[in-house]
Design a protein around this ligand. Structure first.
Ligand code: GLC
Length: 566
């Protein structure tokens, strides 16, 4: 990888308190999967103190903000996406004071902080759910969830045929007082994650308080888990297509997802966020995880007065082919983006096999594929991602070019997906392995010396990907990301929302942004002639007159300036 002419440090960010509106437009936001980021106390699990220690690294990477996966009290059946207290901090991760200190430290470094809110479901250990199970079937405590009598002679069959996303039925039966099998409750994910009943006013009011709690603590935004969930179709009718397949989860059940009423919640939350923005002069971001494949439907979540943006997963799902990528980019910029709602581009997150492995033809349980090829393409994809108009979301380790760990032993796997499908789906652990920071100690610097081993085992080959090593190499993936992010902040043309395609050879993407910036991505198997202009940065050191196969590069047309004055 080549990162010429982009080594100068990023200009300092404006102080957070005086930062203008909509800081996420054109921002680069880095997802921290806390459990696997940095362990400070030696229990083999990442924590808030560890993250605080590493904030200068993120500042050096040049990102504008971080999004933190859930760190709330939780029995960790789905690693924190099963929340038992929405306004606390799990003891593995630290204390509420640590969370406040983290926000303070981040703000001093010019980094915004986005926290993850999980409104569709909670944990079986949430006091409301414990009270519901202890209550009579007709008790008001059960109304905050979806409890229902079973079908069959003795209620031994689930109330409907809905499937859980993690495999198996979406219903679990409880024992009533006295121990007899009783009602069932709905869980769209694991049985340890009961779905809230969003038609209940106490659920609505509870989350209003949760939002205010975290905004009062100073966070700059919320990532909203399963934002197309929450409401279910009245009377929970059977799903026509759900029959049979135990393993594939729920193939977009129209009764369980994307109900009209959910938009009322986003209008309500937006009003709260806007209220904070008005009172404090600091805009607060609402970014949704909306798992819908239809771009027009996705766009409805960021209509004026609703969410600011939703992750655009089509980009992540696209194969390494120019026509497919171009179509997805067009759909993103034309259909998904709205007025004041930039596209939230994503190549990696904690739920998907890492891009290096996807582009290499590998997958969990099926091998790593051609890693060298995957790395070349992932580097090129990084330049594509960072050249697009909108917000770029990175996932920890992406900047290191980490491949997926595809061969974790069965006994190490902790994702409920693996267990609920009897091992047929390997699950998401392979992209969640703790980060390699340095050659130090037994855990590549993830934990202090003499600590408990990391909660997921790191393979020996992580040694090649450590931060320390990559900072020493001029042409590492990390240097490419640092240089590209710095350029993205410096080049005036990159603040333009306009993207215009330039005709290019088959298999090649070429577009301009604003005045004079050109990005070329060569998905073909042949080198192609580079466009006119000076080379700013390239994913392949051989880039010159030509952009090599599976390479990408940025150019500046003659007479344009790469510097922005601040
Ligand atoms: C979201 C999260 C995922 C979690 C699921 C259930 O999709 O990204 O990690 O398992 O919601 O909360």
């Amino acid at each position: 990888m080549l990162a010429p002419s982009a080594q100068s440090p990023r200009p300092s960010s404006p102080p957070i308190e005086s930062a203008g509106d909509d800081w996420w437009h054109n921002a680069v936001i880095y997802q921290v999967y806390l459990r696997s980021f940095q362990d400070s106390d030696g229990d083999g699990i990442g924590d808030l103190q560890g993250l605080r220690e590493r904030l200068p690294y993120l500042r050096g990477l040049g990102v504008d903000g971080i999004w933190l996966a859930p760190f709330y009290p939780s029995p960790q059946h789905d690693h924190g996406y099963d929340v038992s207290d929405y306004t606390g901090v799990h003891s593995d991760y630290g204390t509420l004071a640590d969370a406040g200190d983290l926000v303070g430290d981040a703000h001093r470094l010019g980094l915004r902080v986005v926290v993850d809110i999980v409104p569709n479901h909670c944990s079986v250990e949430h006091p409301w759910f414990a009270a519901a199970v202890a209550a009579e079937p007709a008790g008001p405590e059960r109304q905050r969830f979806h409890f229902a009598d079973g079908r069959g002679e003795d209620g031994e069959l689930p109330p409907n045929n809905w499937r859980s996303i993690f495999g198996g039925s979406a219903w679990e039966r409880v024992a009533e007082r006295g121990g007899a099998p009783g009602q069932w409750f709905l869980h769209s994910f694991a049985p340890e994650q009961p779905d809230f009943n969003w038609r209940h006013p106490e659920v609505v009011a509870h989350f209003d308080r949760v939002l205010r709690f975290w905004f009062d603590l100073g966070v700059d935004g919320l990532r909203i888990d399963v934002a197309h969930g929450l409401h279910k179709r009245d009377r929970l009718p059977d799903h026509d297509l759900a029959v049979g397949d135990e393993l594939t989860g729920d193939p977009v059940n129209p009764h369980a997802w994307n109900q009209r009423e959910v938009h009322d919640v986003w209008r309500r939350w937006r009003a709260i966020a806007d209220g904070y923005a008005r009172r404090t002069g600091r805009a607060r971001l609402l970014v949704g995880e909306v798992g819908l494949l239809d771009a027009e439907q996705l766009a409805t979540y960021q209509r004026p007065g609703e969410l600011h943006q939703s992750f655009y997963f089509d980009f992540l799902r696209a194969p390494w082919e120019a026509p497919a990528l171009r179509e997805v980019i067009d759909k993103g910029t034309r259909t998904v983006a709205g007025p004041g709602a930039p596209v939230a581009w994503v190549l990696n997150n904690h739920d998907m096999p890492r891009s290096v492995t996807r582009y290499a033809g590998g997958a969990p349980g099926h091998g790593a594929g051609d890693v060298a090829l995957g790395l070349r393409r992932a580097a090129a994809a990084a330049l594509l991602l960072l050249a697009l108009p909108g917000t770029a979301y990175l996932y920890q380790g992406e900047e290191l070019g980490l491949p997926e760990v595809t061969d974790l032993p069965d006994e190490a796997l902790s994702d409920p997906v693996f267990h609920r499908t009897g091992g047929a789906r390997r699950g998401r652990d392979g992209c969640r392995v703790p980060l390699p920071w340095s050659a130090v100690g037994d855990s590549f610097g993830f934990s202090p010396d003499g600590a408990t081993p990391p909660w997921l085992p790191q393979p020996d080959w992580f040694a090649r990907y450590t931060v320390e090593r990559q900072l020493d190499l001029g042409d590492s993936m990390l240097q490419l990301y640092r240089a590209a992010i710095a350029l993205r902040h410096r080049i005036p043309a990159m603040s333009s929302q306009r993207l215009r395609w330039i005709s290019a050879e088959p298999g090649v993407l070429c577009f301009t942004r604003g005045d004079g910036f050109v990005c070329m991505v060569n998905c073909s198997s042949q080198p192609v002639r580079a466009p006119m202009g000076s080379l700013l940065i390239a994913s392949d050191p051989e880039t010159g007159e030509k952009v090599p196969a599976d390479g990408a590069a940025w150019f500046l047309l003659p007479g344009r300036s790469a510097a922005r004055t601040f």
